[in-house]
Design a protein around this ligand. Structure first.
Ligand code: NAD
Length: 315
């Protein structure tokens, strides 16, 4: 059996912190090297090795991959949807070049497996709004979505041409209490819990009837690890898999919170993020992921709300 040495790039971000901790539990603390441009996240400190890496600096990345005897790379460094619209050139540059640097090094060093997340942002206004299928019309209108869609085809290309075992999920909006979200259009669904507990009120940057696909972080981490641990023969999709858990609107999440905090109130002041949200599907069909490697979510809106509020209260 191969002794895994895993490099997580972007480990101080919303997903990176929890994924690094989960991988350390499975593979051993010292076998999972966390890395980021930012300083090490507080929750990671003392739990395992950390190196400072800029994914845009290919030589530095390459040296670290060799020095640390890396066998698997999880690439999480990216600029997300809302931040990307403020700086399209930077978003394109980081999201593309970061991925190409990792894929190239994986090919050269015979890295055993690569993980890179895509997003529901690949879909655009011409994609089906309900139960958006794995394969459909895909015409993204945000720079983030364009970069993710191009990235999916680079992953497929490196798999077909160079046999790099790169795997990917199209995450929906991710909700978590451990680390803060990084500038996405679904960030409201994290902020709302914090504000509900602290202020008992929240001003939402999306309209009350804006339905979006969402997932609780424990499901997202489990989906990622289950995909990466599935036998290669079960992976039919080498672009990126649709995965789904729940779909709700700001009005529905506020009603779920009111079950626990009756005095909570919400008002709506939609901003530039509304048009991004309006371009995405409201729900996702993940039948291919379910069939190929047995994906099944555990959390719905109410189960997540209970868990979020309980954990945030303890913090
Ligand atoms: P995040 O912004 O919270 O974290 C990204 C991390 O990457 C940050 O810690 C940042 O410092 C780091 N980073 C940025 N530039 C870097 C560079 N040049 N070199 C090294 N590190 C760098 O993002 P996240 O929410 O954790 O997202 C991780 C991945 O998942 C991204 O690819 C994102 O597109 C994807 N995704 C996230 C969501 C979501 O809801 N969070 C949904 C869909 C897809």
């Amino acid at each position: 059996m191969i002794r895994e040495r895993i490099l997580v790039i972007g480990a101080s971000g919303q997903i990176g912190v929890e994924l690094t901790l989960a991988l350390r539990k499975i593979y051993g603390n010292n076998n999972v090297v966390a890395s980021d441009l930012r300083e090490e996240n507080e929750l990671l400190k003392g739990t395992g090795p950390y190196v400072s890496i800029d994914v845009m600096n290919k030589e530095m990345l390459h040296v670290q991959v060799i020095r640390q005897n890396i066998t698997q790379i999880y690439l999480l460094a990216a600029i997300l949807s809302a931040t990307g619209e403020k700086n399209p050139n930077l978003a394109w540059h980081l999201n593309m070049q970061g991925l190409l640097n990792v894929l190239d090094i994986a090919r050269e060093e015979k890295i055993y497996k690569v993980y890179w997340p895509s997003s529901i942002a690949v879909f655009g206004p011409t994609s089906p709004k309900q139960n958006c299928p794995q394969q459909t019309i895909i015409e993204p209108t945000t720079v983030y979505g364009i970069s993710k869609y191009a990235g999916e085809f680079w992953c497929n290309y490196y798999h077909q041409r160079y046999q790099v075992d790169v795997r990917s999920l199209r995450y929906p909006g991710l909700i978590s209490y451990k680390s803060a979200p990084g500038g996405g259009t679904t960030d409201y669904a994290v902020e709302i819990y914090h504000e509900a507990l602290e202020e008992k009120k929240y001003t939402c940057f999306l309209r009350e009837d804006t339905y979006l696909p969402m997932m609780y972080m424990p499901d997202a981490i489990r989906a990622t690890i289950e995909l990466m641990e599935a036998p290669a023969v079960q992976i039919s999709t080498r672009t990126s898999y649709n995965v789904s858990a729940m779909s709700f609107s700001p009005k529905e999440i506020s009603a779920a919170i009111k079950n626990y905090i009756p005095e909570f109130t919400i008002n709506y002041e939609p901003d530039y993020r509304q048009s991004i949200a309006d371009s995405w599907p409201q729900s996702i069909d993940d039948a291919v992921a379910r069939n190929d490697w047995g994906w099944k979510p555990e959390y719905d809106l109410n189960k997540m709300t209970k868990d979020m509020l309980e954990n945030l209260r303890q913090q």
